[in-house]
Design a protein around this ligand. Structure first.
Ligand code: FEO
Ligand code: CA
Ligand code: CA
Length: 651
């Protein structure tokens, strides 16, 4: 496909456009200029380290390509990386984030107050914010030795969060579960041989399910956000089900509220607008509503409207108030991936992760201005939200979700733009967007600006009473998932039209079933979820195969029988090959990946090791599936990966 800038599996050449070549040459010139300063920092060895709040992307000239020996698929209860690499736990659920000495207790007797000062449960998307490193004579560069690691804590397994699981149920347990959610911020330092968490650190912070948050954008103060506890609709307690993330060019973190509906229960008649977001009689079994009344969606029908947003956090200011940015819409936000247009408008790509939901993008009205915090702080409040339609002819359109246009009118239930945003899903239904196979992570190729999105799976596609296959979601009962990519017209992220292509369909030819074979060149995988380009252009893919399919003793694992535990792979844009880099312990999901600017350290999140096929682990037998990483109760954890020779990860 000549419209795309690398040819994936169909053609193993790196078919760059003239525009790309010009841009790369410019980047190389910039890097040569910066290279002296970077070298000076290493040689002098006495850099000044300062916290940055305006981290800009680093360009890289290393030759693309992957050089590691792939690891085999496995169902062993261990974490495996290639020969010549090591992976170490940096911080695990329950570890103190600073010097408060609230250590993890393996009998799960830590209190909610302890948990407020500990790494949360089930870490997911994350980002590394480097400090600024300044050599004596050089210009500042982002440090690869010191920075802030910011991670989401998506959800809890209350079967192992509490000493006796949910057998007894108290306000203190609800509080602990809420404290284990949200976001964690720790300061990291590399001493030349080991990465460690800096304790104490003035930056260390936990943001939880009850941290006070501000609201901004068109839905701030909207009648649909007002509650008895917050009649102004401007102050919300907490962020929950923080799945993936994003970060801005002005140095802030975006945490995204995904399956918020699971925390609410509505035992009465459920209104259509709650049903559209999956509010049910019992939720997902968190049972918060039993002791925290605001999660009773019958008594507090607007409380669910206060979740499902993108929340902006300034990790460099530990006193800052997180802000729910309503202009980015209310969906089950997987993540929020930011790129800039050629004229520096801010574009945010976002998926709504549920079967038959949509892909969105936000385009700011204003322009990013490096170093101008006053300007940049409102860029996510004023702009246009669009939803994608993928057409059969491999083109597509971004349809604006603007009140008064495309049927978003009072007659159709939208009184104003605030209501369009609170009811983003209903708005997207009205304008005829394309229903996708569970949009998860989105990644923008740093060189070509092509945009990639994982569509993790959709086992209901084409079933009776469900949407049929279409060009962009071409497989019925799509249990392996696929990755789609698109090129915005003019390589401008603000474009209204794009051209798209199926990048890869996951699967396993050894199954002997053409509908499940897929077309992967290289190591097999399924259910792609995490997706990230490093600055060399290597695409890292992480999988989230449902625990009902794998890692259950005696389970034949069905279509996934040859693929084993969840894993992370690297895709080489030159050869078009996927190669397995890491396999996780049993019952885990691999999610969250980021490197230091020099690409010599990679951080990866291991989420929910030991998760069984049923909903909860039991307190009597917490190690039934896994005892990773340290024996005893399994713990989600962030691992740090280094090459033994100190080289660039993936080479
Ligand atoms: Fe939390 Fe869509 O994964
Ligand atoms: Ca995910
Ligand atoms: Ca997931």
């Amino acid at each position: 496909m000549s419209t795309f800038h690398d040819d994936g599996m169909s053609n193993h050449s790196n078919n760059m456009s003239f525009h790309d070549v010009l841009e790369l040459n410019q980047k190389r010139r910039e890097l040569l200029k910066g290279g002296v300063a970077a070298a000076t920092a290493t040689v002098v060895g006495v850099p000044l380290l300062t916290a940055r709040s305006n981290v800009e992307a680093q360009t890289f000239t290393s030759t693309p390509g992957i050089g590691f020996k792939p690891v085999p698929a496995t169902d062993a209860d261990t974490l495996v990386v290639p020969e010549g690499y090591r992976a170490d736990v940096l911080i695990a659920w329950g570890d103190p984030i600073s010097d408060n000495l609230k250590f993890f207790r393996y009998d799960a007797t830590n209190s909610a107050e302890d948990q407020e000062q500990q790494w949360g449960m089930h870490n997911d998307g994350m980002h590394f914010f480097p400090f600024e490193e300044r050599a004596l004579l050089g210009r500042p560069v982002p440090s690869s030795r010191r920075g802030l690691l910011v991670s989401n804590h998506e959800y809890t397994d209350d079967g192992i969060l509490h000493e006796d699981g949910q057998r007894t149920w108290t306000p203190a347990k609800v509080r602990k579960s809420q404290a284990a959610h949200g976001v964690g911020i720790v300061e990291l330092l590399y001493d030349g041989s080991t990465w460690r968490v800096v304790r104490p650190s003035v930056y260390a912070r936990r943001i939880t399910g009850y941290t006070p948050m501000a609201v901004s954008g068109p839905a701030k103060g909207h009648r649909l956000l007002r509650t008895a506890a917050d009649p102004a609709g401007e102050r919300i307690l907490g962020t929950i089900n923080n799945c993936a993330h994003g970060y801005t060019p002005w140095g802030t973190y975006l945490t995204c509220e995904e399956n918020f509906n699971g925390y609410f229960a509505n035992g009465a008649t459920i209104p259509a607008d709650q049903r559209r977001y999956g509010i049910s009689a019992t939720g997902f079994g968190y049972r918060w509503h039993e002791h925290d009344e605001r999660f009773n969606a019958a008594l507090h029908p607007n409380e669910p409207n206060r979740f499902g947003w993108v929340v902006e956090i300034d990790p460099f200011d530990p006193t800052s108030t997180p802000i729910k940015r309503t202009a980015l819409g209310r969906i089950k936000h997987e993540g929020a991936w930011v790129t800039l247009s050629p004229d520096n408008r801010v574009v945010v790509y976002m998926g709504d992760d549920e079967r038959f939901e949509y892909i969105y993008k936000y385009v700011s009205r204003g322009f990013f201005k490096p170093g101008d915090r006053n300007n940049n702080r409102s860029l996510l409040d004023d702009g246009t939200l669009y939803v994608a339609r993928f057409d059969e002819n491999l083109s597509g359109e971004w349809i604006p979700l603007v009140w008064g246009q495309n049927g978003l009118t009072p007659e159709n239930g939208f009184a104003d733009q605030g209501e369009v945003l609170v009811k983003t899903r209903q708005a997207a239904d009205v304008v005829g967007a394309t229903k996708m196979d569970r949009p998860e992570w989105i990644a923008v190729n740093p060189q070509t600006k092509d945009v990639y999105c994982t569509l993790t799976n959709n086992d209901r596609r084409g079933n009776t009473g469900q949407p049929a296959v279409d060009a962009a979601n071409p497989r019925g009962q799509n249990v392996f998932g696929h990755i789609i990519r698109w090129a915005e017209d003019g390589q401008n992220a603000t474009a209204r039209r794009f051209r798209w292509q199926l990048f890869v369909q996951c699967g396993d030819p050894a199954l002997g079933n053409p509908a499940r074979a897929g077309n992967i060149n290289g190591d097999k995988f399924g259910s792609p979820d995490g997706l990230w380009f490093d600055d060399r252009g290597i695409l890292w893919v992480q999988t989230d195969i449902s625990t009902s399919i794998v890692s259950r003793p005696g389970n034949e694992r069905g279509d996934y029988r040859n693929i084993g535990n969840n894993q992370m792979l690297a895709y080489d844009p030159i050869s078009g090959e996927f190669r397995r880099f890491m396999t996780g312990p049993r019952g885990c999901e691999i999610t969250g990946v980021i490197s230091t600017p020099d690409l010599r350290t990679m951080f990866v999140n291991i989420q929910h090791p030991g998760e069984p096929a049923s909903e909860r682990l039991t307190p009597e037998n917490p190690t039934a599936i896994s005892s990773w990483p340290f024996g005893g109760r399994p713990r989600s954890a962030t691992v740090v990966i280094r090459k033994l020779d100190g080289g660039i990860i993936g080479t």
